[in-house]
Design a protein around this ligand. Structure first.
Ligand code: ZN
Length: 69
């Protein structure tokens, strides 16, 4: 495999939206390609960040609608 993984594929792998076959391919590529594993690392940080922001927003909504004590 000498093609790099595109952003969409990386994203779906990180979000576990791809098939197990694709996951295996992507992981195999990441193991051999420093460039793509760096991209995956950055993308994962970004996704974690987004996820944390979404969770924080939900907690915030929950607490504001519940804070009538
Ligand atoms: Zn690559």
């Amino acid at each position: 495999m000498d093609e790099h993984i595109d952003e969409e594929q990386l994203e779906s792998a990180l979000l576990r939206r791809c098939t197990p076959d694709q996951m295996t391919e992507i992981q195999a590529h990441l193991a051999e390609c420093a460039l793509c594993s760096q991209r995956a690392e950055k993308l994962r940080e970004y996704i974690d960040h987004l996820r944390a922001a979404i969770i924080a927003e939900e907690i915030d909504k929950g607490s504001t609608s519940n804070s009538s004590t």
